[in-house]
Design a protein. Structure first.
Length: 235
């Protein structure tokens, strides 16, 4: 039985990833800030509800304790929870806005990894997928025209892009420190979800595909990479 935990799993990419992994036979813990919504969706999908607010140490620790009590280990962790932040330009960005985005997108992933790494350590083939974005690519930000094949559109989103660049570096740091785990970042692409007002150019099913693909790698799979369906994304 493959035990999988997905943060931010009650809508969009997280929800579709959960649906896909349940269909492949994973026992999925559906991470949800809203426990009632998590309960309802878990019943619908055949998943297990997991109250989980990545901005709260108490909530994250309680979630890890719950999974430890029920399952004893975790095989796959998908750090999907994220927020976009206010749509402001770099000159308009203030520290409070940036901190709010970092608290969910970066510090949230660190809280979850810190709490769940011991459970991943009990897996024979532990996997971590950090849901990033092409907007976090420094290469694409510094030379947008040269990277349009993998990051088609560069957008002025300083808080969000900064958070994803930081998440990419964390992915590499964890991958180097934990060579026995498969730890990767993924770029789902510009996907139509509530996150962007459904303005994305691809479906949720298309966006979730790379998450599912990296969530189901074996012990011989890649680690320390930044992936999308087309292949590697430049850091």
């Amino acid at each position: 039985m493959t035990i999988t935990v997905i943060t931010g799993a009650t809508r969009g990419l997280g929800l579709h990833t959960a649906r896909r992994l349940v269909a492949t036979g994973h026992t999925v813990y559906l991470g949800a800030r809203d426990p009632d919504r998590g309960e309802a969706l878990s019943a619908e999908l055949g998943a297990r509800p997991l109250p989980l607010d990545v901005t709260s140490e108490t909530s994250v620790r309680a979630a890890a304790d719950h999974v430890r009590h029920e399952a004893g280990h975790v095989d796959v962790l998908v750090n999907n929870a994220g927020i976009a932040g206010a749509p402001v330009s770099a000159p308009e960005l203030d520290a409070a806005t940036l901190l709010e985005v970092l608290d969910t997108n970066v510090l949230g992933a660190v809280r979850v990894l810190r709490a769940f790494l011991p459970l991943l350590g009990h897996s024979r083939e532990p996997v971590v997928v950090n849901v990033s974005s092409g907007l976090g690519s420094l290469a694409a930000a510094s030379a947008p025209d040269a990277h349009r094949d993998t990051v088609p559109a560069w957008l002025p989103a300083p808080a969000y892009a900064t958070s994803k660049a930081a998440l990419n570096m964390l992915t590499l740091q964890y991958a180097h420190a934990l060579p026995g785990m498969r730890i990767n970042a993924v770029d789902p692409g510009y996907t139509a979800t509530d996150f962007n007002g459904n303005t994305g150019t691809q479906t949720v099913a298309e966006g979730a595909e790379i998450i599912v693909r990296l969530a189901t790698v074996g012990a011989d799979g890649p680690t320390g990479g930044f992936h999308q369906l087309k292949g590697a994304v430049s850091w």
